[in-house]
Design a binder for this molecule. Sequence first.
Ligand code: NAP
Length: 293
Amino acid sequence: MTKLITGKTKLLGVIGYPVEHSLSPVMHNAAIAHLGLDYVYLPFPIAPENLEIAIAGFAAIDVVGFNVTIPHKQAIVPLLSEITPIAQAIGAVNTVSRQNNQWVGTNTDIEGFIAPLQTTYNQDWSQKVAVILGNGGAARAVVAGCHQLGFAKIYVLGRNEQKLQAFCDSWNNSSIDENLQVGTWHELAKLIPQTDLLVNTTPIGMYPKVDESPLSAAEIAQLPQGAIAYDLIYIPKPTQFLQLAEKQGAIAINGLEMLVQQGAAALKIWLQQEIPVEVMRQALQNHLGLKNS
Ligand code: NAP
């Protein structure tokens, strides 16, 4: 059924460039329809050189809030009146809301990432070791999320020593620095037997290279009993990495849940009410042609 746009319809959306492939409109509009609210969530392709004028325009037309995706996650920061400590810690904003006529930026990726670890697989993480593969933008939210859960040790493994050092240095003035260590992929073999949570934040295994995995079956076989393999990739579902991990008896978490939960957390900020997370999950699964799981 087509949504009825009225004279009172309120605007939400996502800014990016490009933004055509964003899955956010699908899940947000499904939740809005389910709640029977007079809102619409639109994709806004905004070239980097138009960011400032677009945000001023959003204020002029009373946009309630918007998500921020590549390439604006850092560039948006100077255009906001306030940034939450969580967004400051990871140095990126993915959600902006209008509060008292000012733009406030936060980041819901951390909440999205930790959601399944806090619910379905909740446990005492204080003696646990997390190993994170990759040191890009998403790895920052994962590091902050693991810190929030209280992991004893957080290892980040990357392929470029300079970028790894810069990643490490960027946490220097935060409490995260105390239990964070970075290293190259060469350290993986040594770390696997003590890894409780192994997170893939690299694009290895993403469509169309669906046969690739960041770890071989032999490497994954070294994971201890009860370990969790978490892939931020959501297509394919499951990835080769998660298939191998499950075969070895590990718990597998796919990136779709993070996507849904970061979206639900953003929608909650804008609407200030309980969000039908299952409706958002179903909308995405249907849109992507995925089976329920
Ligand atoms: P990014 O900033 O480009 O970071 C990617 C990281 O992976 C970098 O550290 C990069 O290393 C490393 N990498 C790339 N190719 C590699 C290879 N062949 N071997 C080893 N390392 C490799 O990207 P991102 O924004 O962090 O996103 C990463 C992944 O997470 C993507 O698949 C994205 O779809 C997914 N993601 C999912 C969600 C969700 O909600 N589920 C949210 C955000 C991101 P270099 O720095 O050396 O290039």
